[in-house]
Each structure stands twice: as structure tokens, then as C-alpha cells.
Design a protein around this ligand. Structure first.
Ligand code: ZN
Ligand code: ZN
Length: 344
């Protein structure tokens, strides 16, 4: 089968023919039709998540990237029930041990033994076929696979972060970083919670997309001081919540400083270095800070339902897998709006 191989960080991707995996008794082989490109792939390519080396986090090269995978079931193991070749599926890539309490709750993304995701610690979707360790990681779909694939990371990560912001109708939420995740979070905050959205991004084309998707206000930090603008919008009170999909030192800093008393900061991005806000303000302003890592299998089922019902939509562009090196460069340079999908 054809696969895009990353031999080591900072290298280009090599398209190679490798052996097609054979599913074991409980495993399922999926013919990949759509595989999304995520910022985590950029961090893997760079070789570090901020100050943490990816190899210290267990990543081994050569590696096949992409954890946003949709396709058709190609082959099932002897003991697999409920799936047949030809079924259209989305793959939940956040593979846990399956037996700890978190995994038993369906939150394999929080497995106490460490999640071993497809496309990060196991071969992922930038290949014609991907081996899925168990049928419980598959969700059947009957929608456009190019829109369904990004639900496996961008969709559930945005959904679970917006839930953690605990919004009530009329609350003001800042959404920092309007890319694959942020553009979904805007729609969820507005349509599921009736919140007022302030979108923040340094790219004007991302802010234009935010407005199209219903953002009430936009701020470009390259031109404006974010906390000052948020105070203007909120009658000097501050935002109820901020969701930081970038999480660089400067973004968490201005997100923190834009919050009202009792405000909530949800940190999602993993490319930053260190936080730089004033510690006494955490208790004085009674700020809650929460991290959020992807989402559960239930979250995936739910966001796919929101997509099917038209409550949310994905802005995605598609490319053949052969173009991976060009697409990756464009994505890294911030020149892709929404999600980039590669089709092996
Ligand atoms: Zn991702
Ligand atoms: Zn577990």
C-alpha cells in the first residue's frame, strides 16, 4: 500500500509502497478516503511540543502521521462483530488501554496508562490503509467523509473545550485561533449555548471566516491590544470565558488578562512554551484554568450527529496524498483556511 512516511523530524515526507497490514482477531483494516492535517502533525514534524521533545513523549520515527481518519472498512478480524467490508466509518484515534476507569467510561483520551493515538504513537491515516485495534474505535457514518474525518480531532477537541467553558446564553467567550478547531468552536458556542463570540486571530482571512460563521466581534492582536478591546466590548467587565487553541505565551497571557472576575480559561493548544501572567491575579480574580485534551468516543458520536444535522459545518479543502509536501508547507505557513484533507 502507498503511505507517506516521515523518517525523522524536519524531513520531507516520502511516498513509499509498504506492506498492507493484516488485521488480527479483534482488529479492523480501514481503507482511508480522507485524512486531516492537524497542528499536532506540525509539532510532530518539528520534533517538539513547545519545550517537550516528542521522542521523550514516546514518539518513534519513521512514522505515518494523521489522526483524523475516515474511510471504508476493508477487512475485519475473525472476532469482529457489527462491521462489514464497505461500511463507511470515522476512526476514533485516541487509543487507551481499554480497562482503566477512564477507558471504561469511554474516555480513552484520558487513559491513566497514557493514550497511544493512531498517527502519533501508532501508524496513522496518511496511507491507503490503517489498522484499527478494535471495533469500538469505529463510528459508522453516512455523510461526506471529507467533512467527517476532522471530527476525530478538531471536532471533539473543539466540542470538549467549549463544554469546559460552561457557557450560559448571553455569556461572552473569546475564541483564540480560528483554524481547524476554532472555526468549529465558534459555531458550537453560538448554536449550542447562545453565547456571544469574540474571535481572535492574527490572520485577517481567518477573522473573515469567523465573521461568516457568526462571530459577533473580531480582534487582530497584530493591530490591537486584546484586553483593551475586550474591555470595550464588555463594558469594562471582561469576558466570561476564553478558549485558547493556540496557547503560546502571548495568547494565554492576553486571554487571561481579558477575563472578568470568576472567568474561565480553557487551554487547548500545545505549541507554546511557558505561561507569563501574574499569579496573584488567579486568586484575586478567582480565575479557573483548565486544560483540555481532545475528547471521548461519545463526543465523537455527538459531533458527527451535529454535523449530519447541519448544526455545524466544516470548512475543508481536499488534496491527493501525493501533494503532502506542498500542502504541509502551506499549512505550516498558516495559508490554509479551515481544515486540509489528504486523500490517499
Ligand atoms: Zn489533532
Ligand atoms: Zn485506560
Amino acid at each position: 500500500m502507498r503511505a507517506a512516511i516521515l523518517r525523522k523530524p524536519l524531513d520531507k515526507f516520502y511516498l513509499r509502497d509498504i506492506d498492507r497490514p493484516k488485521p488480527g482477531k479483534l482488529e479492523v483494516l480501514v481503507r482511508v478516503r480522507a485524512a486531516g492535517l492537524c497542528h499536532t502533525d506540525v509539532h510532530l514534524w518539528e520534533g517538539h511540543y513547545g519545550p517537550l521533545s516528542v521522542e521523550e513523549r514516546g514518539v518513534r520515527f519513521p512514522l505515518i502521521l494523521s489522526h483524523e481518519i475516515a474511510g471504508e472498512v476493508a477487512e475485519v478480524g475473525e472476532f469482529v462483530e457489527g462491521f462489514r467490508p464497505g461500511d463507511k466509518v470515522v476512526v476514533y484515534p485516541w487509543i487507551g488501554c481499554g480497562s482503566c476507569k477512564a477507558c471504561r467510561r469511554g474516555e480513552e483520551n484520558l487513559c491513566v496508562h497514557g493514550t497511544k493515538p493512531l498517527g502519533i504513537l501508532r501508524p496513522g491515516g496518511f496511507a491507503e490503509y490503517v489498522l484499527v485495534p478494535h471495533e469500538r474505535y469505529l463510528v459508522k457514518v453516512d455523510i461526506d467523509l471529507n467533512k467527517a474525518a476532522p471530527m476525530a480531532c478538531a471536532g471533539i477537541t473543539a466540542y470538549s473545550a467549549v463544554k469546559k467553558a460552561e457557557l450560559s446564553p448571553g455569556d461572552i467567550v473569546m475564541i483564540v485561533g480560528i483554524g481547524g478547531l476554532g472555526h468549529l468552536a465558534i459555531q458550537m458556542a453560538k448554536k449550542l449555548y447562545g453565547a456571544t463570540v469574540i474571535a481572535v486571530d492574527v490572520r485577517d482571512n481567518a477573522l473573515e471566516l469567523a465573521e461568516k460563521l457568526g462571530a459577533d466581534h473580531t480582534i487582530n492582536p497584530a493591530r490591537h491590544d486584546v484586553p483593551t478591546e475586550v474591555r470595550k466590548i464588555t463594558n469594562n467587565i471582561g469576558a466570561d470565558s476564553a478558549i485558547d487553541f493556540v496557547a503560546h505565551t502571548d495568547t494565554t497571557n492576553y486571554a487571561f488578562n481579558s477575563l472578568k472576575r470568576g472567568g474561565k480559561l480553557v487551554v487547548v493548544g500545545i505549541g507554546g512554551e511557558y505561561a507569563n501572567f501574574m499569579l496573584p491575579l488567579i486568586p484575586i480574580k478567582s480565575i479557573q484554568i483548565r486544560g483540555s485534551y481532545v475528547g471521548s468516543i461519545t463526543d465523537l458520536i455527538e459531533v458527527l450527529e451535529l454535523l449530519k444535522k447541519g448544526v455545524i459545518d466544516v470548512v475543508a479543502s481536499t488534496y491527493p496524498l501525493d501533494q503532502i509536501n506542498e500542502v504541509f508547507e502551506k499549512f505550516r505557513a498558516g495559508k490554509i483556511v479551515g481544515r486540509a484533507i489528504l486523500q490517499p
